[in-house]
Design a protein around this ligand. Structure first.
Ligand code: DQQ
Length: 586
């Protein structure tokens, strides 16, 4: 324990002395007989054998990772757990990987927190959450899969809760604490949320379940977090899916960007209910009455276009949020799976990324959520290029040189005039993804496509276009944001989908801004300061390392201007492992 604390403290100091630190830490750890898996440096050179490994996104040194589990801030340390297969790059042997950080960007991998070795979880320690109890002690609630593949809920406690690293976890002798109730499909009863406490002093958690043909977020109550009673009605259910995975339920403030503790109730508050299904994370916003546990939303997921609210309109699933009491913000994590084949995963030796953690809050209008990468990420910004006002005539592009285009953070703002020349969009409510696909990056319009060409090869045969189009509608204007992966890779077998979202922004009054985080095989884009987010995974063959280029482009007929562009090379995050070597299962 003392040893690990020493390592962490030395990590904290060393994090500030970039370059020397990984080496120093590795030496310390090797001396202590622990396997060290520090990542190779991606700053300037391409890693030929691992071109898709990221430089600043969270990943284990190898193997499969999926859902974020139980993120929490505890005794000055951020903890992140995740669904992990310790034995290979494909899904299986579900365990809880565990890593710690002081800043949500640089991480130290600790030993695995939960492994599937008890009758109630022998087929997997599935997703779950952490709640801090009134004693100050954290508790994990997670789904175990038994020998019949039935899903049960279980608890685990830290072996020593005075250890800020929460290095060892002990499963409760009471497990399983919940078995599938009558009417719930025993194969579909999983992913308990973080607990919140009502005014009656009782805990609540919501669990994803299949009841007949409906996906339900069923609500349980408990006085002591150990013995739970199902309430008579679900917190929320949906006819759009027969199963909800990874439900998340939390309050957001009506005014301001600060987050709220999950148990906070009051007037100027809305509650978010998020569920994962059909490969996406949907949410609704409503009013929660804690007295009778009524959650009044009035709509189902995807009820109409306006209510088809998603955290991210790209590749993003099974997300989970937590309240960061230190910085008074709510933070969202999400799994970003691969768009490559299983054999691609086997040859890479790993699968799955996590997004950069995002702060999340309610928009000024109160009708959607807004997300933005945590401020700490900016510490990795290094070499910078800046352009002030620059004209971007129709059909032109500008090369953004001077930064590492494969590992970058780019902020660009476009300013448009003469909007009367915008194309007319006949139907006001259309599916943005279909619209982006019909009007892809190579199809010239009036205002748009304009945006960034990222991870572009020297000959431009490979590139991912992150772009906008502005349309005139009967009443106003519509701004479309797209990520076109159709030319992201010369490899035919990888995903080439085109993603799309509408931006709730009136281009008559506001400039159109874009922030894009580029990290070798992941591109996270935030339109209009986080009003719409689209995450993509791409697998270029040519546009790797120093052979990746970045452009601003305008493929429309109308001229516009870049009112500002700031782009930075990103340093590599320090993500270091102290994990002990594991023996194979058989
Ligand atoms: N992943 C977990 C489940 C969850 C699913 C298993 C969502 O608990 O429902 O790895 O990706």
């Amino acid at each position: 324990m003392m040893w690990l604390l020493t390592q962490l403290l030395s990590l904290k100091t060393l994090m500030k002395i970039y370059g020397f630190c990984v080496f120093s830490l590795c030496c310390l750890l090797i001396i202590n007989g622990v396997e060290v898996a520090a990542f190779k440096d991606h700053r300037l050179r391409s890693n030929v054998s691992q071109p898709y490994r990221t430089g600043y996104h969270f990943q284990p040194s190898k193997n499969w990772m999926n859902d974020p589990n139980g993120p929490v801030y505890y005794k000055g340390v951020y903890h992140f757990f995740y669904q992990y297969n310790p034995y290979g790059p494909l899904w299986g042997n579900m365990s809880w990987g565990h890593a710690i950080s002081y800043d949500l960007i640089n991480w130290l991998h600790l030993d695995i927190a939960l492994i599937p070795n008890d009758p109630y979880d022998i087929n997997g320690c599935f997703s779950g959450s952490i709640t801090i109890l009134p004693t100050g002690e954290p508790v994990i609630i997670y789904t175990g899969v038994d020998e019949n593949l039935h899903q049960l809920q279980n608890l685990a406690f830290p072996k020593n809760s005075s250890d800020p690293l929460l290095n060892e976890w002990v499963k409760s002798s009471l497990n399983p604490i919940l078995t599938p109730p009558d009417g719930v499909d025993p194969l579909n009863f999983r992913d308990p949320s973080t607990g919140w406490m009502g005014a009656d002093g009782e805990w609540r958690v919501v669990i994803g379940a299949k009841i007949n043909t409906q996906g339900s977020g069923i609500l349980y109550k408990s006085k002591d977090f150990k013995s739970w009673v199902k309430t008579s009605s679900s917190l929320h259910f949906s006819n759009k899916t027969n199963m909800l995975e990874c439900p998340d339920f939390y309050p957001v403030a009506v005014n301001g960007t600060n987050g709220l503790d999950t148990s906070v109730q009051g007037n100027n508050i809305r509650h978010v209910f998020k569920a994962s299904f059909h490969d996406h994370d949907y949410y609704v916003l409503g009013k929660y009455d804690p007295k009778n546990d009524q959650y009044d939303v009035g709509v189902d997921f995807m009820d109409n276009n306006k209510e088809s609210l998603r955290y991210d309109y790209g590749r993003f699933y099974a997300s989970k949020s937590f309240y960061d009491n230190e910085k008074k913000r709510r933070i969202l994590w999400s799994w970003v799976n691969e768009g490559d084949t299983n054999s691609g995963a086997v040859s890479k030796g790993w699968s799955g990324l996590q997004t950069i953690p995002r702060s999340i809050w309610l928009s000024e209008k109160g009708d959607q959520l807004v997300q933005w990468p945590v401020k700490e990420l900016e510490e990795l910004r290094t070499r910078k290029v800046h352009y002030g006002n620059k004209k971007l005539t129709g059909g032109s592009m500008i090369k953004i040189s001077g930064i590492t285009a494969s590992q970058a953070d780019v902020e660009i703002t476009f300013s448009l005039s003469n909007l009367k020349n915008a194309e007319v969009l006949s139907a006001e409510v259309v599916d943005p993804q279909i619209l982006c696909t019909q009007k892809n990056a190579s199809m010239s319009g009036n205002f748009g496509p304009f945006g960034l060409l990222v991870l572009a090869s020297r000959d431009l045969t490979e590139h991912t276009a992150v772009f906008f189009r502005v349309f005139r509608t009967a009443k106003s204007f519509q701004v479309l944001m797209c990520v076109d992966q159709s030319r992201s890779s010369l490899r035919p077998e990888v995903d080439k989908l085109i993603y799309g979202a509408f931006l709730a922004l009136d281009p008559r009054y506001k400039k159109i801004s874009l922030r894009t985080l580029i990290d070798h095989s992941i591109i996270e884009s935030f339109g209009a300061n986080g009003l719409a987010c689209i995450t993509a995974r791409v697998y270029p063959k040519l546009a790797i390392g120093d052979e990746a280029y970045l452009y601003a482009f305008n493929n429309g007929t109308q001229s516009l201007s870049i009112s500002s562009l700031n782009a930075w090379s990103m340093k590599k995050a320090q993500i270091v492992s102290t994990r002990k070597r594991r023996k194979p299962i058989k």
